[in-house]
Design a protein around this ligand. Structure first.
Ligand code: COA
Length: 323
């Protein structure tokens, strides 16, 4: 597994010079202190995943032509087409694999895991790379204090291979489009083609109904973790680590409280990374593994929520992961 964060760190102090906000508000309402930003306007999300995929290939001793499938979760693709997966594959010399993007916003990593395990279990593929590539700041309006404090950029890559012992045990992944207008970028796709008028209205930026999204994130994620716990007849003793999408520390706390879990079981890096959409869970997992927290054989409960609405929860055992 691997992850990459761009060098530039945007602190709450710097944000306070750009928009009417302050460190105290951002910290208490979101738990975020800083986020990494890809400053180059002409570098897309692929540039965040490419270093992670290169590192992954190197540390797992995988030759590019061995990779059979590359799936890229992204809410901020380089282009509408070609897929960001194709751009990444080209950069790392993967020439024959099936490559495609998944657009399921902040739940993207769980969607990738579910698809990768379906291809593995069916025997169709044996070497799959799942990545997340998120230049979230490309759709953030730095004049809108209600959204610009939340998002950061990052990329990740993980190699998924067959295993008798490790991997996804239970997955409950969902979507309900009834929520789609509450967390949306109106312009950029085919529904609102880019125009001077659309840009003047700021429709290229993320729009969110913060309170509505907050409530739904808590409800859907707690619902999904309950589904997983029930199906597996799990208790807290069956879970070594809980890692949810890093959107807001208060949302993470609500899921933890729902599970009656102690802080020590929760993996949280929101303070220095912010919300990196589909990259947020894998960045948090990889950092925790590098810190020596997550070890081979540990059992993890994951949960995510994002635009769509999409949401889900996964229970897995952590394999022989080269970190
Ligand atoms: N700095 C200072 N004040 C701010 C602010 C900021 N960055 N952003 C909002 N405020 C103000 C508001 O204007 C409001 O002032 P008012 O009472 O005078 O009108 C006040 O703070 C409270 O705003 P509110 O929107 O009620 O705050 P909140 O507690 O709901 O927090 C979010 C706002 C966005 C942090 C929160 O709703 C949230 O995290 N929602 C979910 C977002 C999310 O997870 N999105 C991605 C999902 S994948």
């Amino acid at each position: 597994m691997s992850h990459y964060l761009p060098d530039y760190v945007l602190t709450n102090e710097e944000l306070s010079t750009m928009v009417d906000t302050n460190d105290e508000w951002i910290t208490t309402r979101t738990g975020i202190k800083e986020r990494h930003i890809l400053k180059d306007d002409h570098a897309g999300s692929s540039q965040l995943a490419i270093p992670a995929v290169r590192d992954l290939l190197q540390k797992t001793g995988t030759a590019p032509d061995e990779v059979e499938l590359l799936i890229c979760a992204t809410s901020s693709p380089d282009y509408t087409w070609p897929s960001t997966a194709c751009v990444i594959a080209d950069a790392v010399d993967i020439r024959k694999a099936m490559c495609y993007d998944i657009l399921s916003a902040c739940t993207g990593f769980l969607y990738c895991l579910q698809q990768a395990q379906a291809f593995i279990k069916s025997g169709i593929y044996k070497k799959i790379i799942i990545c997340s590539a998120e230049k979230c700041t490309s759709f953030v309006n730095y004049k809108d204090r209600t959204t610009c404090t939340l998002f950061g950029d990052g990329g990740t890559a993980a190699l998924i291979e067959p295993s008798e012992e490790f991997g996804v045990e239970i997955a409950k992944i969902h979507a309900d489009g009834a929520g789609h207008e509450h967390l949306i970028r109106y312009c950029g796709g085919s529904a609102n083609v880019p125009s001077h008028e659309a840009v003047d209205k700021g429709l290229q930026y993320i729009f969110q109904d913060g309170k509505y999204v907050f409530k739904n994130a808590v409800n859907f994620m707690t619902g999904a973790v309950s589904e997983v716990m029930e199906e597996g007849q799990l208790t807290l003793d069956d879970i070594d680590w809980i890692c949810t999408h890093q959107a807001n520390k208060r949302i993470i706390d609500a899921v933890r409280q729902h599970l009656n879990a102690p802080e020590e079981k929760v993996i949280c890096n929101i303070e220095h990374v912010g919300n990196t959409s589909s990259a947020s869970i894998p960045i948090a997992l990889h950092e925790a593994a590098l810190e020596g927290k997550i070890k081979k054989g540990d059992r993890l409960l994951l949960a995510a929520f994002g635009s769509g609405f999409t949401w889900g929860s996964v229970y897995l055992s952590w394999g022989d992961c080269k970190i």
